[in-house]
Design a protein around this ligand. Structure first.
Ligand code: ADP
Length: 422
C-alpha cells in the first residue's frame, strides 16, 4: 500500500504552500500589470481590490480606494453630465440582474473631477447557492479612441458636404443635356449621358447617406419627437409609397392589426372591429425616412410579387413591418445587415445599386426613440423587416400632447419676457 511518511507529508505541505504563494504572486503580477482598471467589489459594494490601472484612470490611490464604497470612488455620469441613477448604474445593477453588464457610453468622474469616457464591463460573481456575492468591474480609458472617431466623422461630414454641391451641379447639367427641349443629341451620346446621369445620382445619394450616417453616429441628427398615431401615419405613407411599387408591376397592401370588442350597444350579440390606436413618441420625418428606406429596398430587391406594409402591437409595443416576396437574404448575412456599408454579395441582389448605408441609418434612427429593428428572411420566399417601438397609452399620449401644446404657447411669452416686454 502506498502512504506518505511523516517527512514526506511536511514536504508536501511546503510544496503546496510554496505553490499557493507562487500562484498569489502570479495573480498579483498579472493584475498589477494590466493597464485596464480592474476592481473587485463585495456584496456590500465595498472595494476589495483596486489595481494600479484603476488608480491611473480614476486618480485614486489604490490603498485609499480599498475599503471604500465602489460608487463613491467610481462615479459615473452620462453625456448630459447627470450622475447615473442606482437602477442603471452597472456597479449596482449587476447585483439585481445577475448578469454581465456592458456600458460604452459612461463617463468616469476622476478624483479631481475630470470626466473621462470609459468602456466598462461589470461581471457578477456567484457563490455555491447561486447568490451574487460580488462583482468584477473592468474599465478602459477610451478618450483617445473617441477623439479619433470624432475626427473621422468630422472628415466624412465635411468631405461629403463639400462634394455634394459640385455633384448636384453636374447632375443638373447632365439633366439639361438630356432634356430634348433644350438640346439635340444623337442616340449614342444620349446613352452615354444617361449612364453618367445615373452614376452621378448614385454618387449624390452616397454623399447624402454618408452625411446622415456621420450625424447619426455622433448624435447630431436633428430630431423633434411628437406623439404620432401610427395607423393614420402609415396608411398615408403607404398611399405615397405604393406608386413606385406599382410602376414596377408589384402588388402592394397595407395591413392594419385590429382587435375585436363585443358591441354592447347593438344588443344583438354581434362583434364590431375596433381600430386600435397605436401611439408612439417619434419624429415623423425621421420615421418616414426609415419606412421609405425599407419600402424602397423591398421594391428594389423584389422582381415580382408583393410588398406589404403592416402595423400591429400589444399593450406595450407597437410593431410595424415591411414584407416582400423577393429573393430573401442568406442566413449568414442577417446579423450584419444593419452594419455600415454591409451589402449582401449574392447573385440575386449584387447587380442592384446601393450604398450599404440605408439600414445602418435606419437602425440609428430607430434606436434614437428606444426602438428595435430586425429582419427575418427565407431564401426565395422573401424578407420581413420589423420595427418595435414602446407604445404610449391614450392617456400618456394626451398628456404629452398637452405638454407640447403648452410649450408651443409658452414659447412666444418666454421670448417676450426675455426681451423685457411687460
Ligand atoms: P443598399 O440597399 O443601399 O445596398 P441597405 O443598407 O439599405 O443598403 O441594405 C443593405 C443590403 O441588404 C443590401 O445591399 C441588400 O443586399 C440587402 N437587402 C436589404 N433589403 C433587402 C430586401 N428587402 N431583400 C433582399 N435583400 C435586401
Amino acid at each position: 500500500m502506498f502512504s506518505f511518511g511523516k517527512k514526506n507529508k511536511s514536504n508536501q505541505t511546503k510544496i503546496l504552500t510554496a505553490n499557493l504563494q507562487d500562484q498569489k504572486q502570479k495573480f498579483e503580477l498579472i493584475v498589477n500589470a494590466i493597464e485596464d482598471g480592474v476592481v473587485l467589489i463585495d456584496a456590500d459594494k465595498v472595494i476589495l481590490l483596486f489595481n494600479p490601472g484603476a488608480g491611473n484612470i480614476s486618480g485614486w490611490d489604490p490603498d485609499e480606494a480599498n475599503g471604500l464604497n465602489a460608487t463613491a470612488v467610481l462615479k459615473l455620469v452620462d453625456a448630459k453630465n447627470q450622475l447615473y441613477e442606482d437602477s442603471v448604474n452597472p456597479l449596482l445593477a449587476v447585483f439585481e440582474r445577475g448578469q454581465n453588464i456592458r456600458d460604452n457610453a459612461a463617463l468616469l468622474l476622476t478624483k479631481s473631477g475630470k470626466q473621462i469616457p470609459i468602456s466598462l464591463n461589470v461581471s457578477p460573481l456567484w457563490d455555491a447557492n447561486k447568490q451574487v456575492t460580488g462583482a468584477v468591474a473592468v474599465f478602459r480609458d477610451v478618450a483617445e479612441e473617441r477623439a479619433e472617431e470624432q475626427r473621422r466623422a468630422d472628415f466624412i461630414s465635411t468631405a461629403s458636404h463639400e462634394m455634394r454641391t459640385p455633384v448636384a451641379a453636374i447632375e443638373g447639367y447632365l439633366a439639361l443635356a438630356l432634356n430634348t427641349k433644350v438640346t439635340t443629341i444623337d442616340n449614342r451620346a444620349r446613352d452615354y449621358l444617361e449612364k453618367a446621369h445615373s452614376s452621378t445620382q448614385h454618387l449624390g445619394q452616397l454623399f447624402q447617406d454618408l452625411l446622415t450616417s456621420a450625424k447619426a453616429e455622433d448624435g447630431r441628427l436633428t430630431s423633434h419627437p411628437v406623439v404620432v398615431e401610427m395607423g393614420a401615419f402609415l396608411e398615408q405613407l403607404s398611399n405615397d409609397l405604393k406608386f413606385a411599387a406599382e410602376k414596377k408591376g408589384l402588388f402592394t397592401e397595407f395591413v392594419l392589426g385590429s382587435s375585436k370588442s363585443i358591441d354592447a350597444s347593438g344588443g344583438t350579440g354581434g362583434e364590431r372591429v375596433v381600430r386600435p390606436l397605436y401611439y408612439v413618441f417619434v419624429d415623423p420625418d425621421r420615421l418616414r425616412e426609415v419606412i421609405t428606406n425599407l419600402f424602397d429596398n423591398a421594391v428594389k430587391y423584389t422582381p415580382e410579387g408583393k410588398v406589404s406594409l403592416g402595423l400591429t402591437g400589444d399593450p406595450q409595443v407597437v410593431q410595424m413591418y415591411v414584407r416582400d416576396t423577393g429573393p430573401g437574404i442568406p442566413g449568414e448575412d442577417l446579423s450584419h445587415l444593419f452594419q455600415k456599408f454591409y451589402r449582401v454579395d449574392n447573385s440575386a441582389t449584387r447587380t442592384i445599386g446601393g450604398t450599404g448605408l440605408g439600414l445602418f441609418i435606419c437602425r440609428k434612427i430607430v434606436e434614437l426613440y428606444g426602438g428595435r429593428i430586425w429582419v427575418e428572411s427565407e431564401l426565395e420566399k422573401g424578407s420581413s423587416f420589423f420595427i418595435n417601438f414602446p407604445r404610449l397609452t391614450s392617456e400618456q399620449a394626451a398628456a404629452k400632447q398637452t405638454l407640447d401644446a403648452q410649450s408651443t404657447v409658452l414659447k412666444p411669452i418666454d421670448s417676450l419676457a426675455a426681451a423685457g416686454t411687460p
